[in-house]
Design a protein around this ligand. Structure first.
Ligand SMILES: Cc1cc2nc3c(=O)[nH]c(=O)nc-3n(C[C@H](O)[C@H](O)[C@H](O)COP(=O)(O)OP(=O)(O)OC[C@H]3O[C@@H](n4cnc5c(N)ncnc54)[C@H](O)[C@@H]3O)c2cc1C
Length: 400
């Protein structure tokens, strides 16, 4: 499955990826982490911390799946608003999911510091805004629910939203917790640390079949090599639809763009990340070199060709949307790309085993805050391998 077009900003900004060898011999290990995106790197790091012997297999170069397409806005705010999530999954799961997502942002910051990553991790305040009168009541309800459950939020009236540069802004929720980073640098830095702690990485190594024999997992690669492990952790992102039987995610085509460097980026734009109440929503952040990074325009995913064919049209509509929203910061297009994205029915991730009898685990951080969900996956992966209970293995289980 082709999961993105060729021009994501991070790959251009960071030039050549680090290269690892492909697998050319049979081997044995305790755990195979399948997938070398941001999730695979985080999970490999966690398992090494827990003293597992880990091998990571990646069919492309590392960080060349949908992580490369990510705009890497780090939010505790899930695609499904808290007041709606309460109705869908109950208070305990909904509030815990929002709170744990918030903690995940801080955990990621701590990890980036610990590994001395040059990923420009920067805390930002998050602005959830509307330019539509009809969405004000929805926002007010969400604000009241978040306030009731102890989140640090402030209500912004139209003039305050407009003062942030959103010319037609009518209301917003300002949240204290949010952040941005360069996901490519972070993943590459984390993988380097993992290698120093004993991780072996093989890229350009596609796993084509997985079978089970006497408590072991046997992975076959495209070039006929065999890896025998006690556990495999699938960190295969949206391509997991090819191995998970359950219909867990609705795939979308999504679009993102980076502007040219803005000569005088307003301070208020630099301090915040922004998303709106439209469906599909628009979202905006800055980059350390002073660009607008924005995205939206989601469509139901049909196939990669249809997704990519829409890119020229999306460039026009998203440029217009950016200029309509932040008229004072003209958006001049520099890079654009399309990616595949997924929405679960409750906006929550899938973590754990789809089949209790097999040592195949998944960490699938779907949705607009997939990265924070993957950080949460680090907390539960050890329990999943050991067959121990963990709240996330219950909240985010398959078959829920
Ligand atoms: C345009 C866009 C914007 C986004 N913006 C944000 C955002 O602002 N904030 C946020 O938190 N999230 C965002 N996301 C989501 C986020 O990018 C994803 O949740 C995250 O990157 C998923 O990482 P991953 O490592 O799980 O998947 P991937 O990066 O796709 O990695 C999975 C890897 O598995 C490998 N693989 C698959 N099958 C096999 C196999 N059989 N053998 C070997 N290797 C295999 C693939 O090659 C791939 O590299 C965005 C996504 C898109 C597309």
């Amino acid at each position: 499955m082709d999961i993105r077009t060729n021009e994501p900003f991070w790959l251009i900004k960071n030039a050549m990826p680090t290269s690892y060898p492909s697998l050319q011999e049979d081997l044995e290990t305790e755990v195979v982490v399948l997938g070398g995106g941001i999730t695979g790197a985080l999970i490999a790091y966690q398992l090494l911390q827990e003293n597992y012997k880990v091998v990571l297999l990646e069919k492309r170069d590392v960080f060349n799946g949908s992580s490369a397409a990510s705009t890497a806005m780090l939010q505790y705010e899930i695609d499904v608003s808290l007041h709606q999530l309460l109705d869908q999954v109950g208070v305990a799961v909904a509030v815990s999911s929002y709170k744990e997502c918030e903690k995940a942002i801080f955990n990621l910051e701590k990890l980036a510091k610990e590994i001395k990553s040059e990923c420009d991790f920067t805390r930002k305040k998050s602005v959830y805004f509307t330019t539509k009168k009809r969405d004000i009541d929805f926002l007010r309800k969400e604000y009241a629910t978040r306030k009731e459950h102890g989140f640090k939020v402030t209500w912004l009236e139209a003039e305050q939203v407009q003062a942030l540069g959103i010319e037609k802004g009518r209301a917003a929720i300002l949240s204290a917790s949010g952040a941005c980073m360069d996901p490519y640098k972070f993943t590459q830095d984390l993988l380097k640390v993992c290698v120093s702690k004993g991780l072996t990485i093989y890229d350009r190594t596609k796993v084509t079949s997985i079978t089970h024999d006497k408590g072991t997992v046997q992975l076959k690669t495209e070039n006929g090599k065999k890896v025998t492990a006690t556990h495999v952790v699938h960190c295969t992102g949206y391509e997991s639809v090819q191995t998970v039987k359950e219909d867990i995610v609705a795939l979308k085509s999504t679009y993102a763009m980076a502007s040219e460097i803005v000569p005088k980026m307003p301070a208020s734009f630099k301090k915040h990340i922004f998303w709106d109440t439209s469906n599909p929503y628009l979202y905006f952040r800055d980059t350390p070199d002073g660009r607008i990074l924005m995205g939206g325009g989601d469509e139901k995913f049909k196939n990669a060709k249809a997704r990519n064919n829409l890119l020229p049209k999306k460039e026009k509509t998203l440029t217009k949307a950016s200029n309509d929203t932040f008229g004072g910061i003209p958006f001049i297009l520099d890079y654009s790309w399309a990616g595949t994205f997924g929405e679960t029915k409750d906006g929550l991730p899938y973590i754990g085993k789809p089949d209790a009898t097999k040592n195949e685990h998944y960490v699938l951080g779907f949705g607009g805050n997939g990265i924070t969900f993957s950080v949460m996956g680090m907390q539960a992966i050890g329990a999943s391998l050991e067959g121990k209970p963990h709240p996330f293995l219950e909240y985010y289980k398959f078959g829920r």
